[in-house]
Design a protein around this ligand. Structure first.
Ligand SMILES: Nc1ncnc2c1ncn2[C@@H]1O[C@H](COP(=O)(O)OP(=O)(O)OP(=O)(O)O)[C@@H](O)[C@H]1O
Length: 544
């Protein structure tokens, strides 16, 4: 089955009967136009019959238009609804998937799958609907031909067989080219995204800008060559297919009388029928590129969908509303890279409720990896996480993650406070006050009045949003790095103790050794291993 067929199977085939009935009625009305015309050709001398057939011809035309509009409306609606449902389902699966799966697939591919790939499939809907009707007309009209000339039918089967072989070959050859071009287009989109992400740097450094332009131009050139090659191949096969149409009409006129005894009106009717069949065949061939683009888009969507971890779709088993202690026991994880690997662990650590824990260590020592392991975002290759003695496993990890609110160093902030079902506005105002942001930002309808602020100010709003989640554990990844020295002092000496006094546990990556004495536990990560330090000992050592 085609990728498109696989993708739309469950949703479009569901409750298919009314659609099928409509498709058959449309095709019958369409073929009735041909049969009335041919009947009239056979009875040209019978004026009464011709007038009756004229009425039938007009009625068939009207019915055909009526049914066709209805069929296309029904089919388009159903397919569009199926596409919307598929997209929603994929979004749900992406959200529920494990982070490593999404990273392995690649953010560009996931973005394309959810965005432009569904758009490509959607754009192909009219083609698919018209194509399915054309196919039905070809089949019905061919069956009609048997009723007046078996020889023409055999000729038709022969020519249509050749036609199908050519179309299939063209489709297969073109599919390779379109597939390659499709993959290169995803690469191109990724490069353009890179340009926008590093736009400022490119404005400053012309060498960098030129290199990005060259890379984009090279990928665009590759896309252009692949698409052009596919189109040239298609043009060749299209021309051959078109010649086949004329050959088929010619064969009826020149060949049929030579191989069988046929009447003149039979030849006229056969030529008529073939011309009638040729048009839908022509449409089918012309819609091949659109169909193949949709087919490749469906391949990407299925590919992304297939790589997502289905087990992760299980709803959280139960909320871990609170905890007294959380332990990492011989926890390990390994990053695999092209050039070797980096292992973190075995890690042993116990964090008690209400503690402040600082994590420090050199660049690349494994702090972020350890935080991702602690948050259940990286699966353990060995060891366990236990909460109050209960082991976190694949079934409970989603609920376990709900213990945390987190601000990563590259945190993404929205104006809407979307992580909280109902914003406690008086508490939000208190937090804005605490973070010294109340003169700049208000809370309006559960959203910040603005996020058009400096980097450090946006981080403060991120902290407000995280605290509004009222989770038992707050995880911060170098939160204070972009705060001024004065505000850092406020953060470590006033805000962190305030958060702790609320009963919230804080685990923070920090390099601010001046404030290490605030921590109940200070751990240093060195080469993927934990070295526990005495907080007071470190700060005393720093002071001396
Ligand atoms: N996505 C990844 N894929 C492969 N290897 C990675 C990945 N992220 C990190 N690593 C490897 O793991 C090591 C630890 O990285 P990690 O980000 O945990 O360090 P870190 O202590 O947080 O560093 P920094 O202070 O610079 O942010 C790195 O040296 C790198 O080799």
């Amino acid at each position: 089955m085609t990728h498109l067929g696989q993708l739309l199977r469950q949703d479009v085939l569901r409750a298919m009967r009314p659609l099928l009935a409509m498709a058959v009625a449309t095709a019958i009305a369409h073929v009735a136009i041909l049969t009335t015309m041919n009947e009239a050709v056979a009875r040209l001398t019978d004026a009464d019959a011709v007038s009756r057939l004229l009425l039938m011809f007009v009625a068939a035309n009207m019915l055909y238009s009526l049914f066709q509009v209805q069929y296309m409306r029904m089919a388009s609606k159903r397919i569009e609804r199926a596409i919307a449902e598929l997209r929603n389902r994929l979004v749900t699966r992406v959200c529920a998937a494990e982070m490593l799966d999404v990273n392995t697939i690649g953010h560009a591919r996931v973005t394309e799958a959810l965005g432009s790939e569904f758009q490509t499939i959607s754009q192909a809907v009219p083609t698919i609907v018209v194509g399915s009707h054309c196919l039905a007309v070809v089949l019905l009209a061919s069956l009609y031909v048997v009723t007046f000339s078996v020889e023409t039918f055999c000729l038709l089967v022969l020519i249509a067989g050749l036609q199908i072989v050519i179309t299939w070959r063209a489709g297969r050859k073109m599919d390779d080219g379109v597939g390659d071009a499709h993959d290169s287009t995803i690469e191109l989109a990724d490069r353009v995204r890179g340009l926008m992400a590093g736009f400022r740097e490119a404005k400053i450094n012309p060498v960098r800008a030129r290199r990005i332009q060259e890379d984009i131009a090279a990928t665009a050139h590759k896309v252009m060559k692949q698409r052009a090659a596919a189109n040239v191949r298609y043009a060749r096969d299209y021309t051959t297919a078109e010649s086949m149409y004329y050959i088929s009409v010619g064969a009826v006129i020149f060949l049929l009388p030579a191989i069988a005894t046929v009447r003149l009106d039979t030849i006229t009717m056969a030529a008529n029928a073939i011309s009638f069949i040729v048009y839908p065949l022509h449409i089918l061939m012309a819609s091949l590129p659109t169909y193949l683009n949709a087919e490749n888009a469906a391949r990407t969507v299925l590919n992304v969908d297939g790589k997502l971890n289905i087990a992760a779709l299980k709803p959280p088993a139960e909320a871990w509303a609170n905890f007294r202690s959380l332990s990492l026991e011989k926890l390990g994880f390994r990053h695999s890279m092209e050039a070797g690997s980096f292992s973190v662990g075995p890690l042993d650590l116990t964090v008690r409720q209400g503690e402040i824990v600082f994590v420090t260590g050199g660049n690349g020592s494994g702090k972020s990896t350890m935080m991702h392991m602690l948050l259940g975002l990286y699966p353990a290759s060995r060891g366990h996480i236990r909460v109050d003695g209960r082991t976190v496993d694949a079934d409970t990890v989603a609920s376990y993650r709900q213990l945390f609110s987190v601000i990563f160093s590259d945190n993404h902030l929205e104006r809407e406070i979307i992580g909280v079902p109902a914003v406690d506005e008086p508490f939000a105002d208190e937090l804005l006050e605490l973070l010294e942001m109340s003169d700049k930002v208000r809370i309006e309808n559960g959203a910040f009045s603005t996020v058009a602020l400096s980097g450090g100010q946006r981080k403060r709003l991120a902290l407000v949003a995280a605290l509004l989640e009222r989770k038992p554990i707050l995880v911060l990844d170098e939160w204070a790095a972009d705060q001024s020295p004065q505000f850092r002092e406020t953060f470590y000496r006033r805000i962190l103790p305030w958060i702790q006094a609320q009963g919230t546990t804080v685990i923070a990556v920090s390099h601010d050794d001046k404030y290490f004495d605030v921590a109940d536990q200070l751990i240093q990560v060195t080469n993927g291993r934990i070295v526990t330090l005495e907080a007071s000992a470190v700060s005393l050592a720093q002071m001396s």
